[in-house]
Write a protein that binds this ligand. Structure first.
Ligand SMILES: [Zn+2]
Length: 76
């Protein structure tokens, strides 16, 4: 993962939730689950995983490539 790719995925994730990135992070800051997205190119599988998730299961790619919004944002 590189930083620019993370930012793009984070933006994509926020769009899927219909929120700004900052608002999304604030909304989920105290939750036990966070929005997460597959970081593979061309895949936009979205799920909710633990806030520190870096290798959540992607049902599209059949591999552990789903990363939480907080990891993408560099907060966790
Ligand atoms: Zn995927």
């Amino acid at each position: 993962m590189n930083v620019i790719q993370n930012q793009e995925k984070l933006f994509e994730l926020a769009q899927a939730w219909g929120m700004e990135v900052g608002a999304l992070l604030r909304k989920y800051a105290t939750d036990s689950l966070a929005p997460a997205i597959c970081i593979n190119d061309g895949c936009d599988f979205i799920a909710e995983y633990e806030p520190d998730c870096r290798d959540g299961w992607c049902e599209e790619c059949q591999e552990g490539t789903v990363v939480s919004a907080f990891v993408l944002a560099g907060i966790v």
